[in-house]
Ligand binder design. Structure first.
Ligand SMILES: Cc1cc2nc3c(=O)[nH]c(=O)nc-3n(C[C@H](O)[C@H](O)[C@H](O)COP(=O)(O)OP(=O)(O)OC[C@H]3O[C@@H](n4cnc5c(N)ncnc54)[C@H](O)[C@@H]3O)c2cc1C
Length: 465
């Protein structure tokens, strides 16, 4: 990068917020995939004016600009493929407004999701989107990926809580989208266009987020099944029975074993060798208890060999903590984890699970499957030793077959992690040529010089390291 550009960046954000040391660049070169590429400089703005000035400069000088939150993404989205400026939003982490009477909060992009949740819960309010990475991921990253989480079965994903955005266009203009009202149909819905655009259309600097009353009571249900397919069928049965648990998660025996290894007490000994469904019902006390009974009954009718129900806070929290730690626990079993995110209609979960098992066997790969069964969102995770060069071709074929199967079942390539680099080559297969071309044209309108997060969504990853 030219010295003159670095000088201008220092003038915009201050010298201490322009990082060029090799170790700083390395720390911002990766996300939670195995992708990485070094930026030329890391810039850490503290307000929207600085973000706008950096964006304007990058467009003027045609410098690649990659927005980054906490770097917990699972599709390579914040990896600065083409070098240039890595824009870290983590210094912008204030709650600008918490409006209790109108049930919303205006939050800066770099705020950690769990901090927002904890803050609003002190006022008996609830911000439901809860990606398993919530203790480190940011609201900006959540908006850019429309992050889901365990509770989205009942409560929906990030886009369902977005009332509006403050965002910076790659050309430097600041736009305000949406409204602070419950309803608004004024103009195109730019809020939802930017949400899920994976940092390719605009840089989110703040979000107006809907809050709801905190549920009064929560009950957790654990059901163990001898076969994974039985657990999958039970999850579909829970949904078709009209039950509305807030969470309905599945774990196969490999996942159960790593979770048990992490903490010997969190899962009952009866779980060993079994597949699990973990559910939670919430709401008013009586309603949550009735819902939990319904889920238990369906699981029992579907062949559960062990059932446990708990409304004890510590036990519940330990269980969900363990569930949120699954990926880290799997990574202790094998150093390379290739985690996928296919989602199918709930009635097809059994078929999808069966196919994942068959594909794993066909290519002789160890695959652990867990995920949000109630949403039809599965995370088959291929576990490998490093290096896996000899298995690379088989992994590629297995992943392509998993994607193909999900699409053939009426599903989608990604329920929550996004396209990023990893699935860019498959996007057209799902949405079709004309939709892809429409997206390309929209990208040109927002980003005429193509500087914002190049190489993502639409591909073009040739400079990846
Ligand atoms: C252990 C683990 C569990 C996870 N569980 C879940 C889960 O349950 N549900 C789920 O949905 N995801 C999950 N994820 C994936 C990830 O945490 C989410 O995608 C999260 O929303 C990313 O947030 P981040 O701040 O880390 O964003 P980053 O990884 O930094 O960036 C993600 C994408 O958003 C863009 N971006 C970031 N900030 C901005 C901004 N301010 N403006 C514009 N674009 C921006 C980046 O360019 C990139 O494309 C998990 C990840 C891990 C490691």
């Amino acid at each position: 990068m030219k010295d003159s550009t670095l000088k201008k960046l220092r003038e915009i954000v201050g010298s201490q917020s322009v990082l060029t040391a090799k170790e700083e660049l390395l720390c911002h070169s990766y996300d939670a995939t195995r992708r990485s590429a070094l930026p030329e400089v890391v810039v850490r703005p503290e307000n929207v004016e600085q973000v706008a000035a950096v964006a304007r400069l990058c467009t003027e000088e045609r410098i690649p600009l990659t927005p980054r939150g906490a770097g917990t993404g699972l599709s390579g989205g914040s990896v600065p493929l083409k070098g240039g400026v890595l824009l870290s939003l983590t210094r912008m982490k204030r709650i600008r407004e918490l409006v209790l009477e109108d049930l919303y909060a205006v939050v800066e992009a770099g705020m950690v999701t769990e901090e927002l949740q904890t803050t609003v819960e002190a006022s008996s309010l609830f911000y439901p989107p809860d990606p398993a990475s919530q203790s480190s991921c940011t609201i900006g990253g959540n908006v850019a990926t429309s992050a889901g989480g365990l509770r989205c079965l009942k409560y929906g994903v990030t886009k369902n809580y977005l009332m509006g955005l403050e965002a910076v266009l790659p050309t430097g203009e600041v736009i305000a989208t949406g409204a602070r009202t419950v309803k608004s149909v004024v103009g195109f819905d730019l809020t939802r266009l930017i949400c899920g655009s994976e940092g390719t259309l605009a840089i989110v600097t703040a979000a107006t987020l809907k809050l709801i009353p905190l549920p009064e009571h929560r009950v957790t249900i654990l059901a163990a099944f001898k076969e994974l397919e039985q657990a999958a069928r039970a999850s579909a049965d829970v949904i078709s029975a009209g039950a509305t648990p807030s969470i309905l998660e599945i774990m196969d025996p490999v996942t159960v074993s790593v979770v048990s290894r992490e903490s010997e007490t969190v899962l009952p000994p009866e779980s060993e060798g079994c597949s699990l469904l973990l559910a939670e019902a919430d709401g008013f006390r009586e309603a949550a208890e009735i819902e939990a009974e319904r889920v238990q009954k369906v699981c029992s009718d579907s062949g559960a060999v062990f059932l446990r129900k708990s409304s004890e806070t510590e036990e519940r929290e330990n269980l969900w903590q363990a569930r949120r730690g699954v990926l880290a626990a799997l990574a202790k079993l094998k150093p390379i984890t290739i985690l996928e995110d296919v989602t199918v209609p709930r009635s097809r979960v059994v078929e999808m699970i069966r196919s994942i098992e068959e594909i794993g066997k066909k290519y002789d790969l160890l695959v652990a499957t867990f995920g949000h069964a109630g949403d039809g969102n599965l995370h088959p995770t291929i576990l490998l030793d490093a290096p896996f060069t000899e298995k690379a071709a088989r992994v590629e074929k297995a992943v392509a077959e998993i994607f193909g199967k999900a699409l053939s079942l009426g599903g989608t390539l990604s329920g929550e992690h996004g396209i990023g680099i990893d699935k860019a080559g498959f996007l057209g297969e799902e949405i079709g040529e004309h939709a892809l071309e429409t997206m390309r044209r929209l990208k040109e309108v927002f980003d005429p010089e193509g500087i914002l997060n190049p190489g993502k969504l639409f591909g073009g990853a040739e400079s990846e390291s």
